[in-house]
Write a protein that binds this ligand. Structure first.
Ligand code: GDP
Ligand code: MN
Length: 379
């Protein structure tokens, strides 16, 4: 789950990191009032969950409150990469000498939280990685000991912050984002740019936080911050139905119980020359209602030419799934060929329920995959 900049900013502030003062506004008048409170030059920033807002015209400076109102009027309602700007952050504008980059991410390779820093901030880090990879410095935190102070200082020196005081402040910011990462179950905490001011002090001008969806149940306050504007409609509906769904580019819809089986099903479809349209795990013990929701989500994708339902009944009962499929078929408009493989708990009863549903039965996963690839091709 992505947070907005103003939400990430609030978290950084709570952890004592140097963010700029200001507030969030939904109207030009509100933006003016915040600018009046700040009392100097301000920066007005579109709050949409995409990068490169600066280049798209969504970050602008204003010298006076009247100008702030004017600029906010331009930015509010603007379309940036398909998203409408509903809110702007009005923050004190900062003069700076240099832009740096700093983030904490989970590195799957080393299975550690890694801190990444670069003296080339302000641009997207992927860009730096392409054009000047040596400018990116990394340090891995120890899973038991965390990020140690000397490590953070070494990272500072590695990006050219040789002044002891500056390196100390950098180390404090680095350990702050590390703590934010761990304590909030984040998957990314990024400050870009982290700037060096004229007096040598560091200041965070823009921050981004991604949260691990699987950890959100531990943070109801953070879960409540979700903005669904940038999410694909199908993924949103899947989350509401408590299904794990990821849209893919192929034409064979998949409905499977269990993440491992769902992965295997996609592999076998590919083995027989097909392309899955989605990953969908209906989970253990799924009831008829959930199955119906899943099928509706799959069929809402216009690319889907055929569906493979692969159920291994354990906790999930075959008859329940079958009832769900029948219920779903009553609701859905679109009809595409569907291949069903149903084994395990109550599979025979499930097969009886499905007998009249005009589905294509398959005894094994290989047979099911072969059949679904065939009917998708013919469609
Ligand atoms: P992004 O383009 O979506 O990453 O948005 P950022 O918040 O990073 O803003 C883009 C650029 O706007 C930054 O790299 C800065 O150059 C500039 N910027 C943002 N805030 C300020 C500020 O307070 N003062 C000044 N002078 N420039 C700013
Ligand atoms: Mn930025």
């Amino acid at each position: 789950m992505k947070l907005h900049e103003y939400q990430a900013r609030d978290i950084l502030e709570r952890y004592g990191l140097p963010v700029t003062g200001g507030g969030v506004a939904s109207t030009p008048e509100e933006a003016r009032r915040i600018a009046e409170q700040i009392g100097g030059r301000v920066v007005i920033k579109a709050q949409v969950q995409v990068g490169g807002r600066g280049k798209a015209g969504g970050v602008k400076l204003a010298d006076t409150p009247a100008q702030a109102e004017e600029v906010a009027r331009q930015i509010l309602g603007m379309d940036i990469k398909g998203l409408t700007v509903e809110k702007v952050l009005v923050a004190e504008a900062i003069d700076y000498e240099k832009e740096l980059y700093l983030s904490a991410i989970l590195d799957r390779g080393s299975k550690r939280i890694v801190l990444i820093a670069s003296a080339e901030g302000g641009v997207e880090i992927e860009e730096v990685a392409k054009t000047n990879p040596q400018a990116i410095k990394k340090i891995a935190a120890d899973p038991m000991l965390g990020l140690l102070d000397f490590q953070a200082r070494e990272l500072a020196f590695a990006i050219g912050l040789n002044d002891a005081k500056q390196a100390r402040q950098f180390a404090a910011i680095a350990s702050g984002i590390y703590r934010i990462f761990v304590e909030n179950d984040a998957s990314l905490v990024e400050i870009n740019p982290l700037v060096i001011r004229k007096d040598g002090s560091l200041q965070a001008l823009d921050s981004k936080i991604l949260l691990d969806d699987s950890g959100l149940f531990r943070h109801p306050d953070l879960a409540a911050l979700r903005d669904t504007a940038g999410e694909p409609e199908a993924e949103l509906r899947a989350r509401e139905a408590d299904l794990t769904f990821i849209k893919l580019d192929g034409d064979i819809g998949c409905m499977v119980n269990g993440a491992g089986l769902a992965m295997a099903t996609m592999d076998v479809i590919k083995l027989f020359g097909g392309e899955p349209a989605n990953f969908l795990d209906i989970g253990g013990g799924a009831n008829a209602q959930k199955v119906a929701a899943a099928l509706n989500i799959i069929l809402s994708d216009p690319n889907v030419k055929a569906v493979l339902i692969n159920i291994f009944g354990g906790i999930t009962r075959g008859d329940e799934v079958a009832r769900g499929i029948v219920a779903a078929l009553e609701q859905v408009e679109r009809r595409v060929p569907m291949v069903v493989r149903l084994v395990g708990t109550n599979a025979e009863e499930g097969a009886r329920i499905l007998a009249d549903a005009q589905l294509i039965p398959a005894a094994s996963l290989a047979e099911a995959a072969q059949k679904v690839v065939e009917v998708a091709r013919a469609a």
